[in-house]
Design a protein around this ligand. Structure first.
Ligand code: FAD
Length: 329
């Protein structure tokens, strides 16, 4: 429908939409209800599933635009962008919302350039002010919040994970499914020949409700097992500061901060991290922050809700033990 609020689907490449999509569609539904419109999902995939389509309906999509083709995997911006551009040209949505994930960050930036429209990246709030959408986004490494708006529609925005509320799932709400015919551009980039999924068995950083992060205070890569044990007990993801990443203790995809991931979990536990401004830029919107540092003057304590001045090598195993006991009860 013209004037619809679109949410781009992020999936696990096995036909299952991810939790960030529930948040994007939740926000699209709330805005659409206020604007007298509806939320619609754009699912670009090589492998959709019936259960995935049902889920999108339960999360608020009244219609799913299903673009299913082998050429859509793996993600390539030069293939996805013209397809969404063409569909937006024929369907005239009011807004296109994505999530702050690696591929959607790129896709939305490309769309913004292709459509000649502004993009609110890493948005933390959206509100309709009469006929106009107003986005809030952190700037200057989170020091200030800017309010931005658009000169033209569709409004383009990427939404920070774990900030927007998903709608209560409405079981049994079936969305209509459209399979539009779109022209498929030829891929011009050479494909990666081999792809290795390096799974840690722990939740992904961007989606985790709890994150346990380690910094230079961890003293070496071998000590991260202490944090992994704690993470396993409480269902957390493990992150790292840039100092730990630069030292080669953790891969870059685990880095939290200005030049790494921006996260917003319910609980962020920082071990041996001093709290440099660039680290805070990536985690200061966490709901509860708990820091363990042996230096009582460490800047991280200024933004921590709970602070433990102690040696992390004593505190982390103790916390693991105590959580284990609590969760076994
Ligand atoms: C352009 C730019 C971009 C950047 N981007 C990022 C980014 O994305 N993410 C990021 O994290 N940083 C980033 N940085 C780097 C940032 O400025 C800091 O250098 C970095 O965050 C420091 O990491 P750290 O806190 O682990 O190390 P440190 O600052 O060295 O702190 C280590 C802390 O561990 C404590 N400690 C030591 N031993 C123990 C122990 N046994 N028990 C408890 N505590 C202990 C110490 O008291 C200290 O506070 C960036 C810098 C620049 C210039």
């Amino acid at each position: 429908m013209a004037g619809a609020f679109w949410g781009i689907v992020e999936d696990d490449r096995q036909g299952n939409p991810k939790k960030v999509t529930a948040e994007v569609l939740g926000e699209a539904s709330r805005l659409a209800a206020k604007a007298g419109s509806q939320a619609e999902a754009i699912w670009i995939t090589d492998k959709a599933s019936e259960s995935g389509i049902r889920l999108l309906g339960e999360w608020g999509a009244r219609r799913v635009w299903l673009l299913e083709n082998a050429a859509f995997a793996p993600y390539r911006g030069e293939v996805w962008t013209p397809v969404v551009t063409e569909l937006a040209g024929t369907e005239s949505p009011k807004a296109i919302l994505g999530a702050v994930t690696t591929r959607q960050r790129e896709l939305m930036a490309r769309l913004s350039a292709r459509l000649g429209l502004g993009l609110s990246a890493d948005t933390t709030a959206l509100a309709l002010d009469g006929e106009q959408l107003v986005a809030t986004r952190p700037i200057y490494a989170g020091k200030l919040l800017a309010k931005v708006t658009w000169a033209k529609t569709p409004w383009l925005a990427t939404l920070r994970p774990n900030v927007f509320r998903a709608e209560e799932p409405q079981p049994g709400v079936a969305p209509s499914v459209e399979r539009p015919a779109v022209s498929l551009p030829a891929a011009r980039m050479t494909l990666v020949e081999r792809r290795e999924e390096a799974s840690t068995g722990l939740p992904e950083l961007a989606e985790a409700e709890i994150i346990v992060s380690g910094g230079r205070g961890m003293k070496g890569p071998e000590n991260f097992v202490i944090l992994e044990e704690l993470a396993r007990v409480i269902g957390a993801a493990v992150g790292a500061s840039r100092a730990a990443v630069d030292a080669g203790w953790r891969p870059h995809r685990f880095q939290v901060g200005q030049t790494g991931r921006t996260v917003s979990p319910k609980l962020y536990l920082a071990f041996g991290i001093s709290g440099a401004i660039q680290h805070l830029a990536g985690m200061r919107t966490s709901k509860v922050i708990c820091a363990v540092n042996k230096d009582p003057e460490a800047p991280i304590f200024k933004i921590a809700d709970y602070g433990i001045v102690a040696d992390l090598f004593e505190v982390a195993p103790l916390l693991t033990q105590e959580f284990k006991k609590l969760l076994e009860k």
